[in-house]
Write a protein that binds this ligand. Structure first.
Ligand code: GRF
Length: 200
């Protein structure tokens, strides 16, 4: 499966996925990392891991539509079959959603539908929730609203600080995202294979 990863920031999930692919735990190839922030740490991680990187930001375009059209062109040129969002801080617009139905996946650091948006971990912590977690879901046109693929709960201890909670969540993410992607890709490959054999 030909994969593109979109990321805007630190890139620890990007790294976990890339390492899982390199050790053959996921049956796929990362064709490129797309990053919308030229200063993001994820770019250095990609260089270290030998993943080619495409970098541009909406600021370089006169509209979001033009930005996404350029992105779409790159995705089509590389024949991308799956888009994996890993800390990509933008809403996916309609042109990309239409071009990749059920082919865009996101990870969010809360038990959706609770605590959607940019600050899932902090919002759960400040709300004094007893538990939070990690959600992996398909992307639709809402903010963290698409169909849920997998969730894992994480308890928030009485002595928890925001920092310890963040660390716990990221630890789960780095295990869960590669695991779930491996399953999704196997299912998609099987479906493609079945389709091929039934039309032959
Ligand atoms: C993760 O917590 C992920 O759930 C959220 O953004 C964060 C990205 O972290 N969507 P990193 O850039 O992968 O380290």
């Amino acid at each position: 499966m030909r994969i593109a990863i979109f990321a805007s920031g630190n890139g620890s999930n990007f790294q976990a996925i890339t390492e899982a692919i390199k050790s053959n735990k996921i049956n796929g190839t990362i064709m490129f990392l797309f990053c919308d922030n030229p200063n993001a740490l994820v770019i250095q991680r990609a260089q270290r891991l030998g993943i080619s990187t495409i970098i541009f930001s909406p600021k370089d375009f006169s509209s979001k539509r033009e930005y996404e059209e350029k992105l779409l062109k790159k995705l089509n040129e590389e024949d991308i079959q799956l888009i994996v969002l890993a800390g990509y801080m933008r809403i996916i617009g309609s042109s990309l959603l239409q071009a990749f139905p059920n082919q865009i996946i996101n990870i969010h650091p809360s038990l959706l539908p609770k605590f959607p948006g940019l600050h899932g971990i902090r919002d759960a912590f400040n709300a004094k929730a007893k538990e939070t977690g990690v959600t992996i879901h398909y992307v639709d046109d809402g903010v963290d609203t698409g169909p849920i693929i997998r969730q894992e709960k994480i308890l928030i201890d009485k002595k928890e600080t925001l920092e310890t909670l963040e660390a716990k969540i990221h630890q789960v993410e780095h295990r869960l995202y590669p695991e779930v992607l491996a399953e999704i890709i196997n299912d998609k490959e099987r479906a493609l294979h079945d389709k091929k054999t039934s039309t032959n």
